[in-house]
Design a protein around this ligand. Structure first.
Ligand SMILES: Nc1nc2c(ncn2[C@@H]2O[C@H](COP(=O)(O)OP(=O)(O)OP(=O)(O)O)[C@@H](O)[C@H]2O)c(=O)[nH]1
Length: 319
């Protein structure tokens, strides 16, 4: 087993050819995939939340280095499908796996390997060609003994399923430990070639989707149980406000927050609209930071009955 730590030599040298390619992080919900994507890219591009299953769109983060361009594709968690949405999400995940150059399997250091991890690992074993890196996330939450046990268990899991991990790397995205090393280890696995995206691009996700994700992240904060799965956000319109002086532009953004049942409306809106107002304030600040322009954000809550089970609604909501 080869477990890496930061002390290893940096792999980039001036003679090394330039590389460019795609990697995706897989793992159970809440394994830390989005946080790791953000840490690698160095700017917020994927949404993170305390609730599992918050990533629905394939968000790409782009790491620009002198020796390489690494394009990160952040997929939703693979899981046992119970609804049409669940099945579609799993299809998205598998398609992504077959297309990337490297798969990073994220396993939290603070949770013993479980049936969910085995389910994913078995699926990974069937993707023969793509190199697989095991990434042990959230190492700041455990002591060294627990970490060592986890590393051994992961090595063993690969052996049981008949494959070798290309690397096993412990990281802490929150503590910024070994995140750069992870990039150093992924880069040699990418094909040689010029950069695929212009420098400075952090993601090619359409702005409207990123904005919708920021609003959904704010709307998810503090809600528990069923609700996270029931929220979808669609940006309907983005228009520069007319009659504004050139040095004081304002962008009008109209968005719908969809929920599945009328009973959920009160939770999202809050007493006298207080909660929705907070969601608006919080996401507007983030949208302004993303776009670099002042924004007027208009949020409406709408009921789309059982949208997760209705193919027509799913299409409308972008799935
Ligand atoms: N302490 C600690 N917490 C972390 C770390 N990485 C992620 N977390 C936390 O773990 C939770 C889940 O992280 P996410 O990055 O949203 O996980 P995910 O795998 O993208 O989740 P899904 O979108 O549900 O698939 C969040 O509360 C993060 O703050 C880490 O390195 N250390």
């Amino acid at each position: 087993m080869s477990v890496r730590s930061q002390s290893s030599e940096p792999s980039a040298s001036s003679a090394a050819p330039h590389r460019a390619g795609f990697a995706c992080f897989v793992g159970r919900p809440n394994a830390g995939k989005s946080t790791l994507t953000n840490a690698l890219v160095g700017q917020k591009v994927a949404i993170t939340a305390d609730q599992p299953q918050t990533t629905r769109h394939t968000v790409r983060g782009i790491v620009h280095r002198e020796d390489a361009q690494l394009i990160l594709v952040d997929t939703p968690g693979l899981h046992k499908p119970r609804t049409l949405l669940g099945e579609r999400l799993n299809d998205v995940v598998r398609t992504t796996w077959a297309e990337v150059d490297v798969i990073g399997f994220c396993l939290p250091a603070n949770e013993k390997l479980g049936p969910g991890d085995r389910f994913i690992a078995k699926e990974l074993a069937s993707i023969k060609k793509t190199p697989k890196i095991a990434i042990v996330t959230k190492t700041d939450l455990v002591d060294s003994k627990t970490l060592a046990e986890q590393l051994i268990a992961i090595d063993q899991l690969g052996k049981e399923l008949g494959f070798e991990w290309a690397e096993i790397v412990p990281v802490s995205a929150v503590g910024d430990k070994q995140v750069d090393l992870l990039a150093d280890l992924i880069v040699p696995l990418l094909p040689e070639g010029p950069a695929l995206y212009p420098e400075g691009d952090l993601t090619d996700e359409p702005e409207q989707v990123m904005i919708a994700e920021l609003i959904r992240e704010a709307a998810l904060e503090g809600v528990r149980d069923e609700l996270p799965h029931s929220i979808a956000v669609v940006v309907e319109e983005m228009l520069p406000r007319e009659d504004r002086p050139a040095d004081k532009p304002l962008l009008d953004i109209h968005a719908f927050v969809y929920i599945e049942r009328p009973s959920q409306k009160g939770i999202i809106i809050g007493p006298k609209g207080a909660r929705l107002k907070q969601v608006g304030i919080k996401s507007r600040k983030q949208i302004e930071a993303l776009l670099g322009t002042p924004v007027f954000l208009d949020l409406h809550v709408k009921v789309a009955k059982d949208w997760q089970r209705d193919p027509r609604q799913l299409r409308k909501l972008g799935f």
